[in-house]
Design a protein around this ligand. Sequence first.
Ligand code: AMP
Length: 274
Amino acid sequence: MRVVASRAEFFAAREDLDGPVGLVPTMGALHDGHGALIEAARAASGSVVVTIFVNPLQFAPHEDLERYPRTLEADLARCESAGADLVWAPSVADVYPGGPARVRVEPGPLGEILEGAVRPGHFAGVLTVVAKFFGLVRPAVGFFGEKDYQQLTLVRQMAADLDLMVAVAGVPTVREPDGLALSSRNRYLSGDERRRATALSRALFAGRAAAADGEQAVLAAARAVLDAEPGVVRDYLELRAADLGPVRGGAAARLLVAARVGAARLIDNVPVTW
Ligand code: AMP
């Protein structure tokens, strides 16, 4: 496995890769969820590139850019054991050599709902950096987690709408044994908050289990679990179609939640079938 930092080093190392190239973009602080993405890329690609970059463009001024966990040595060990060939951990100046990008990707209507409603500008920042990494790495396939379901859906839309000629693969969410979705932000939780944080997945599972009784039952069951947990402050709990449009009777759906637990803001989602 090679590890590079500068643009020039990356371009030189990219020349040596066998195709098809699979790309796993990350912000570091890697866990088994990222490991599953790298393993999926390994199984489907000639070469696997992992990028580790905390993208300032997708953080609002009041958000956790400065304190976002940075654990490069451990990340590299994880990349190696999961099967990466090349890790690129660029600086902000490597990714934005001319300063913050002037031209940015406009996410469209899907960027305004759910996470986009709570975090204005977030998805423009995400899609802009993903488009840049698609251009820089030129992968055949980009691998993204279902954990960030709206992000996965938007990256798919971007690749299709802008003809980026990259396939987008989704990887199921990896969870702790008690259901909590793995997240780099789980590190912000105290022991007590960590226990309370299981309310997100418990709520989703309760909602999913009520599917036979219809849409309102799903939402009521999920809301009951979430609201019963003190210290868990809900940003949203929504049931949408699998493409994040309005629920259509009988078609596959997605139940999505975001809540704050102490200093951490956590998101999760599950598929709902009727
Ligand atoms: P991040 O480093 O948080 O930006 O995440 C990088 C990629 O890992 C994104 O595609 C995420 O959706 C994915 N990811 C994060 N957590 C998980 C998880 N628990 N299971 C599967 N994929 C995940």
